[in-house]
Ligand binder design. Structure first.
Ligand SMILES: O=c1ccn([C@@H]2O[C@H](COP(=O)(O)OP(=O)(O)O[C@H]3O[C@H](CO)[C@@H](O)[C@H](O)[C@H]3O)[C@@H](O)[C@H]2O)c(=O)[nH]1
Ligand SMILES: [Mn+2]
Length: 731
């Protein structure tokens, strides 16, 4: 094909309305400068006040700096669009193979039925099935999971033709049949098949759940597959040899669905586990998958999904290929990252799990700067880039030859392949360092993506109209905070390590991209400023120390402007991205809570680990919840319920501001002369705002009677602590 008739396979558009954005950014910046001038010019004499003043000033400087950093992902977002018809016209015959890695680690927190639903969606892509190779990595080493996958391999023979014939979406049978409960009436053939397939699915689900309850595989079922023998020999979660079973071999032309069409390859893998070996969590699993798959299918493109993140769009593979296979711009693309959406987000998203602004605003912003980070799931990788190869300019891929070479390379026996998933295979190798996913970081995905970009590749963020992947978001406050603790800890570790984007990325990736990474790398660093801002001003209020300009002074204007401009912008951004007003209020609360707890714990964890007091751990986020917890989640009632020191912090701060507020109000009513309202106004407003945002905490402590309320022990402890702090400030 000549240059002239080259039609791109994808297109990039920039956001509009940039002038308004600059107006906002510049004026806020001027406001911040005025605040600094105020802080310097009004530097107090009195000793105690001086310390508090320095503290607020530092906090404000930090906020200003962080705000500046976050502008890097705002000023020029880009959006991508693909042309799948062109892809099909030019490449249908030479479409590359795709290796799909699904990771699971715990059959209780990640129920096998959910996992196989995800597996079925990625088997059912609208793509030549013999070119799809699905690998399930089971770090839980669970016999029930293996059984469920075996069931799925049978069910796929019916499910795949059904999806193809009726263009089913989404292709997760669990989701599809639960969202379309009514039998379709207008089409008789469809209605009949629909009912049959639904029944078959229902029966399979019941069988798996039955076995799950039983906790072992009955003897007659064990005969179905030789794979069960591994567990008979005593495989347990933490101690077993590599289990590698090909449940469907797509290379075998006899592997067919009920309509006689080929099937995707389906493989179960539980890498070897031995006590005393560091298994490196998901990163370890992924690296074993990269190696094992290289000997079985060796596809040039790898898709990675978490076990809850089912594919919601059967076109995603083709969409992703539009980027990799574009003749002009595809060569340097290492990965195509989809957003991580969840299908259990309620209207106002109490726990801010949607991460709306990150997904809708910041990732398109990062894309413009050189490419989004790799966020662990819903990501298509170029195998070479993920394995550690540098990007070389002028290296055009001939997709036809590519397939032939790869197939040749992959010929080896199953026993040979198993060795690659063994514990000792990585000893003295570059795996986890220069090859594959990097080890030693709670956000292995981010670190890996960064180093891929530093090897000369770029990445692309793709968010099609029909969502690509949907997962399960945490349904309780604590889970959400714990998940965020892992993330913020991982991020700050990257920042403090030799991989700090500003150093490691220097000269390798654009400066804007280095700064974009810092938005997240520095999450945890926000905690000190925020803790200071919600604790010290109220205490100072009790001590009659004023830290802000008088209401009647013009110096209050920059404060008012920065506050109003920043929050109206943030609200505007939120509503524009499809959120609700209440959703925004919830989101603000969650960010406050994350700063006060997750980020603090993230820093604490990092210190402990760097001193050698604790080892890296990975707390898996539960994808299931008790019925009453789920119900409260649906009703958007905040879930406390368990005893956690995180709640102590939140409750104490909420109470501290409440007590201060009440005390000042009482004083104003009883004896107005003793309080200088003009000088204290800003601090009173600040405490008022903290109270407004903390409404669910007060309700949880004082008004609720359900199981999800704040445990009374926490209420009492926090009450004592807050009262004590107030008394200390008063006397
Ligand atoms: O030892 C382990 C632990 C976890 N996992 C899998 O890793 C995935 C992510 O775990 P999850 O508990 O769901 O954590 P999240 O916080 O939801 O995951 C996000 O953040 C992680 C990094 O903290 C990334 O690894 C994930 O891809 C990303 O979706 C799941 O599929 C797990 O089965 C393993 O395979 N082995
Ligand atoms: Mn998850």
């Amino acid at each position: 094909m000549g240059r002239d008739d080259y039609l791109p396979l994808f297109e990039t558009r920039s956001a509009k309305g940039r002038l308004l954005y600059w107006l906002y950014a510049v004026t806020v910046f001027l406001g911040v400068l005025s605040i600094c001038v105020y802080r310097v010019r009004h530097f107090p004499e009195q000793e105690l006040k001086r310390w508090a003043w320095i503290g607020v000033f530092m906090a404000e400087l930090w906020y200003a700096l962080y705000w500046l950093i976050t502008q890097s992902v705002r000023y020029s977002p880009v959006y991508r669009y693909t042309f799948k018809d062109r892809l099909s016209r030019r490449y249908e015959e030479v479409l590359p193979g795709i290796d799909i890695f699904v990771c699971t680690a715990d059959p209780v927190l990640e129920p096998p039925v959910m996992v196989i639903n995800t597996v079925l969606t990625v088997m059912a892509y609208n793509y030549p099935p013999e070119k799809l190779n699905v690998y399930l990595s089971d770090d839980g080493g669970s016999e029930v999971m293996f059984y469920a996958l075996l069931e799925a391999s049978q069910f796929s023979k019916i499910w795949l033709p059904f999806c193809r014939k009726f263009k089913v979406e989404p292709r997760s049978p669990g989701i599809y049949f639960s969202s379309a409960d009514e039998i379709p009436v207008d089409d008789v053939i469809f209605a009949k098949e629909w009912q049959t397939v639904k029944n078959l699915f229902q029966e399979m689900k019941e069988r798996i759940n039955e076995i799950m309850k039983l906790g072992r595989i009955p003897d007659e079922l064990q005969k179905q597959h030789k794979g069960f023998r591994e567990w008979e020999l005593g495989a347990s979660k933490r101690d077993h040899q590599t289990i590698l079973e090909i449940l469907i071999d797509g290379r075998d032309s006899k592997a067919m669905d009920v309509e006689g069409k080929r099937l995707p390859t389906l493989i179960y893998m539980a890498r070897e586990k031995k006590p005393h070996y560091q298994h490196n969590f998901k990163a370890g699993a992924m690296n074993a998958l990269i190696r094992v798959s290289s000997r079985i299918s060796n596809s040039p493109i790898i898709l990675n999904v978490d076990c809850d993140q089912y594919s919601n769009n059967s076109e995603s593979v083709r969409d992703a290929l539009c980027f990799f296979m574009d003749e002009e711009m595809g060569d340097n693309i290492a990965y195509v990252q989809y957003p991580q959406y969840s299908n259990n987000i309620t209207k106002n998203d109490v726990y801010g799990n949607y991460l709306r602004i990150i997904v809708e605003v910041e990732l398109p912003g990062a894309d413009a700067n050189g490419g989004p980070p790799y966020i662990g799931s819903g990501c298509f990788h170029r195998r070479d880039a993920l394995s550690g190869k540098k990007h070389e300019k002028e290296s055009k891929i001939d997709w036809k030859k590519e397939n032939e070479i790869r197939v040749k390379e992959s010929a080896s026996t199953l026993e040979e392949t198993k060795i690659l998933a063994g514990c000792s295979y990585e000893e003295n190798s570059q795996w986890g360092k220069e090859m594959g996913l990097k080890y030693g970081c709670p956000v292995e995905d981010i670190l890996t993506g960064l180093s891929v970009q530093c090897r000369g590749w770029r990445s692309v963020f793709f968010n099609p109209e029909r969502r690509g992947f949907l997962g399960v978001a945490p349904t309780s406050l604590l889970q959400s905070l714990v998940q965020h603790t892992r993330w913020s800890e991982g991020h700050i570790q990257i920042f403090l390590s030799k991989y700090c984007p500003l150093l490691y990325g220097h000269g390798k990736i654009p400066l804007q991209l280095q700064i974009s990474y810092c938005c997240y790398n520095l999450w945890a660093a926000n905690c000190l400023a925020t803790l200071f801002y919600v604790i010290v001003p109220p205490l100072c209020l009790l001590k009659a120390i004023t830290l802000f300009p008088q209401l009647s002074s013009p110096w209050v204007l920059p404060y008012a402007y920065v506050f109003l401009a920043k929050y109206s912008y943030s609200l505007g951004e939120f509503l524009w991205s499809g959120g609700t007003l209440k959703g925004w209020y919830n989101d603000q609360r969650m960010w406050l809570y994350k700063r006060l707890t997750s980020h603090l714990y993230g820093i604490y964890g990092t210190i402990l680990r760097s001193l050698g007091f604790s080892k890296l751990s990975f707390q898996i986020t539960s994808k299931v919840a008790d019925d009453d917890v789920s119900l409260r989640y649906e009703q958007e009632i905040m879930e406390f319920g368990t005893v956690s020191s995180m709640f102590n912090i939140l409750a104490t701060i909420a109470l501290l501001n409440l007590l201060t507020f009440l005390w000042i109000m009482a004083r104003l009513i009883i004896n107005p002369q003793t309080t200088d309202l003009d000088s204290s106004a800003v601090q009173i407003i600040l405490s008022g705002l903290v109270m407004v945002i903390n409404r669910p905490v007060y309700e949880g402590m004082f008004f609720r009677t359900d199981k999800g309320r704040m445990p009374s022990s926490i209420t009492y402890q926090s009450l004592i602590l807050a009262t004590f702090a107030c008394l200390l400030a008063l006397y």
